[in-house]
Design a protein around this ligand. Structure first.
Ligand SMILES: Nc1ncnc2c1ncn2[C@@H]1O[C@H](COP(=O)(O)OP(=O)(O)OP(=O)(O)O)[C@@H](O)[C@H]1O
Length: 226
C-alpha cells in the first residue's frame, strides 16, 4: 500500500467488450488527483469497480481508510428532505448530527426541510458532498463535480472542495470531463482513453502537453516560459 487508493492492472469487460484495460493508478494520501477522459473512456466503470458495484475481471484495488463517493448526477432521494438525504450518508457511521454540514454549506441550512428534488443543481451538489462527508471519509471520490452547473456555481464548489481537502486532510479523486477544471484544481492527473491510461503526470505539466491541449483543452493554450 503506497497511496490512499491503489489500483493495479485493473481490467473490466462487459459482454466481451473491454471497458478498462490494465489500468493502474495511485491517489496519494492527502493529494488531489484527477482522472480525465472523454465520453466512453471508462471513467464510470472505474468508479463502479472502486465502489464495489462491479467485479473486475483482473487487477486489484486497495483503499486505505474509509472511502465516500459523490456520484455523477448527484443521485438525491428527491422526495426526502435535505436533512434526511444528509443523514443517509451517516448510516454506516451511525452519525445523525448534520450541523457540521450546514456550517460548511451555510446556504443549505435554510433548506434543510425542503424536498431535495426541488433544489437547484448546485444546491444538490452541496447535499451530495455533504452526504459523503457524513461518512467521515479519509478518501473522497467526486464524479463529475461540474456536470450541468453554471461556472459561478462550479467555482464555489471547487472552493469548498479545496477547503475540505486542506482542513480535513482528505485524499480526493476527481473524475472529470472538464479537463481544464481538473488540471487547474489537482496536483496530479491521469488521462483515460479507450479504457487505458494514455498519459499521467503532474497536472501543470499535463496542462502544457500538446496531446492534452489538442484533445482536451480545445487546442488553444498559452504557454509562457518564465
Ligand atoms: N453495462 C454495460 N454493458 C456494456 N458496455 C458497457 C456497459 N457500461 C459501459 N459500457 C461501455 O464501456 C465503455 C466505458 O463506459 P463508461 O461508462 O465507463 O465510460 P465513461 O468514461 O464514464 O463515459 P461518460 O463520460 O460518457 O459517462 C463504453 O464503451 C461503454 O459503452
Amino acid at each position: 500500500m503506497t497511496g490512499a487508493i491503489d489500483i493495479s492492472a485493473l481490467t473490466v469487460r462487459y459482454a466481451g467488450a473491454t471497458a478498462l484495460d490494465d489500468v493502474s493508478l495511485t491517489v496519494p494520501h492527502h493529494g488531489l488527483t484527477a482522472l480525465i477522459g472523454a465520453n466512453g473512456a471508462g471513467k464510470t466503470t472505474l468508479v463502479k469497480a472502486l465502489c464495489g458495484l462491479i467485479r473486475p475481471d483482473h487487477g486489484t484495488i486497495t483503499v486505505d481508510g474509509r472511502i465516500a463517493h459523490v456520484p455523477e448526477g448527484r443521485e438525491m432521494f428527491p422526495d426526502m428532505t435535505v436533512d434526511d438525504n444528509l443523514r443517509l450518508g451517516g448510516w454506516r457511521t451511525r452519525r445523525r448530527d448534520t450541523a457540521a454540514i450546514y456550517d460548511l454549506f451555510p446556504g443549505l441550512a435554510a433548506l434543510r426541510a425542503r424536498r431535495a428534488g426541488t433544489l437547484s443543481g448546485g444546491q444538490q451538489q452541496m447535499v451530495a458532498i455533504g452526504r459523503a462527508l457524513m461518512a467521515d471519509p479519509d478518501v473522497l471520490v467526486v464524479d463529475e463535480l461540474s456536470l450541468g452547473l453554471a461556472p459561478m456555481v462550479v467555482t464555489s464548489l471547487v472552493d469548498h472542495l479545496v477547503t475540505l481537502h486542506t482542513t480535513r486532510d482528505l485524499s480526493v479523486l476527481l473524475i472529470e470531463q472538464n479537463a481544464r477544471l481538473a488540471l487547474d484544481l489537482c496536483h496530479y492527473a491521469y488521462v483515460l482513453e479507450s479504457g487505458r491510461i494514455a498519459l499521467h503526470g503532474p497536472a501543470p505539466i499535463l496542462a502544457r502537453d500538446p496531446r492534452v491541449t489538442a484533445a482536451y483543452l480545445g487546442g488553444h493554450i498559452q504557454v509562457t516560459d518564465e
